[in-house]
Design a protein around this ligand. Structure first.
Ligand code: GAP
Length: 427
């Protein structure tokens, strides 16, 4: 884990937020490579959820909503974690995280006496307006409620018919008691969620729940997470969120143990009935409250686990074997020598040709070997070198990140070559 955190900082994937002022627990910034990785993840998800489907539409709801939303949804009363305080140093912990409590006891080297567990609400309050008393509102604790309160708007303004889904990606905020494990438990994070509305029937609920479970697992594996590093874990009844009839997590075998990065929840009619919303079947005129099957993934956790899973320390190099579609930079262009102006000029032409189509990097520092090592660590799948032969026959070498093998490709074929390789990875 230390290696990943160090690489993330050194190469510009992830930095601690407001670091020059000492940082702030549970907040992170994404650097030049990190922002590309996250954007690629979200684009892949959106393509999978919305673009490729006829039964899902998108939404982008506001982060702050009328506080009545959180009352109706049950979050004001039930979106809580149990909190205990160490009576020696007054540090606070989640009472249900045994391993953290035991680790803290080790720090003190004694059995600690803890305060009684209190419930602690995770919603983050914000104050709005200019006159006192200011209006208390909340940063959304899950992006989901924005979908439910817009259910009627989407049905009335688009052509969706049950069964259908609404997809959304956006920031959520939780006042986590113990943020930690790098970005894993943050206070500000992004979610990518699909709320899929179905008829309220037991069999249909079971069928759709297992359909989305399999789809989500296939999505992660299709983007390169090793199958043996992920698993499903069903929630015990006492673990389930207040809205869930049943829930399964997709977990990753992280350096800090098996950890959830996506939840699939059967929310029944909990939300729509709390918001007093229903659906009218246009054909039968039947009015009913749909059930909801939800897939809720964390963009930051996915980014972290893709980073961890792709990280390889080989004898002579460190390489991020990220799926090419997730790789922040797709191709890097190198002039073999940088003091030979005709090679440099030709390389600039290749660079300018590729740039509008792919995230392309330019590197003319040091020797070619060092440039390869630098791109390997950034996860760049292809490096293109312009050399003396290029001046004769217009061909370049393309070096593959994973095999380190090189191929000669004509410049006129280069864009198609990269394009085809990226498309070949499409699932
Ligand atoms: N709408 C349902 C929902 O929010 P959740 O299981 O509480 O369900 C879904 O959260 C996903 O959001 C998690 O699987 C995780 O990937 C991400 N997530 C939740 N809390 C997080 C946190 N504190 N930091 C980073 N990601 C978090």
């Amino acid at each position: 884990m230390d290696d990943i955190v160090a690489l993330a900082k050194r190469r510009g994937f992830i930095y601690p937020s407001s670091e020059i002022y000492g940082g702030i627990a549970g907040f992170w910034d994404y650097g030049p490579l990190g922002v590309e990785l996250k954007r690629n993840l979200k684009n892949e998800w959106w393509k999978w959820a919305v673009q490729m489907r006829d039964d899902v539409v998108g939404l982008d709801a506001s982060i702050i909503m009328n506080p009545k939303v959180w009352d109706a949804s049950g979050h004001l009363s039930s979106f809580t974690d149990p909190l205990v305080e160490c009576k020696i140093c007054h540090k606070r912990f989640r009472a249900d995280k045994e391993e953290l409590l035991r680790a803290h006891e080790k720090e003190h080297n004694e059995i600690i006496s803890w305060t009684e567990a209190k419930t602690f609400n995770l919603l983050t309050e914000v104050l709005l307006g200019v006159t006192e008393p200011k209006q208390v509102a909340y940063l959304r604790g899950e992006i989901t409620q924005g979908v439910f309160v817009n259910f009627g708007n989407v049905v009335d303004s688009s052509r969706v018919k049950i069964p259908f889904g609404i997809a959304q990606i956006g920031k959520a905020f939780r006042n986590e008691i113990t943020p930690g494990n790098f970005t894993f438990r943050s206070r500000e994070f992004e979610q990518m969620e699909l709320e899929y509305f179905i008829r309220p029937e037991e069999k249909e609920g079971e069928r759709v729940f297992s359909y989305w479970k399999e789809e989500r697992m296939a999505w992660y594996v299709g983007l390169g997470i090793a199958e043996e590093h992920v698993r499903f874990r069903d929630h015990e009844p006492h673990e389930r969120a207040h809205y869930a009839r049943s829930a399964t997590d997709i977990e990753y075998n992280a350096p800090f143990g098996w950890s959830e990065f996506e939840g699939i929840h059967h929310r029944g009619d909990w939300d729509l009935s709390r918001h007093k919303l229903a659906y009218r079947d246009e054909e039968t005129q039947e009015v009913f409250t749909p059930w909801v099957i939800e897939t809720s993934g964390g963009v930051d956790r996915a980014a972290l686990f893709f980073l961890i899973d792709s990280y390889c320390k080989e004898e002579k190099r460190t390489v991020l074997k990220l799926h090419p579609r997730l790789a922040p930079i797709k191709v890097a262009v190198f002039p073999l020598v940088n003091n030979k102006s005709d090679i440099g000029q030709k390389a600039q032409l290749v660079y300018t040709m590729l740039k509008p189509m792919f995230m392309t990097a330019w590197d003319d520092r040091g020797n070619i070997g060092k440039r390869y090592l630098s791109q390997d660590e950034a996860g760049t799948p292809w490096c293109v070198t312009i050399d003396y032969d290029t001046l004769d026959n217009d061909s370049v070498t393309v070096r593959d990140r994973d095999t380190t093998k090189q191929e000669r490709v004509n410049i006129s074929q280069l864009a198609t070559y990269i394009h085809d390789k990226l498309a070949a990875h499409e699932k």
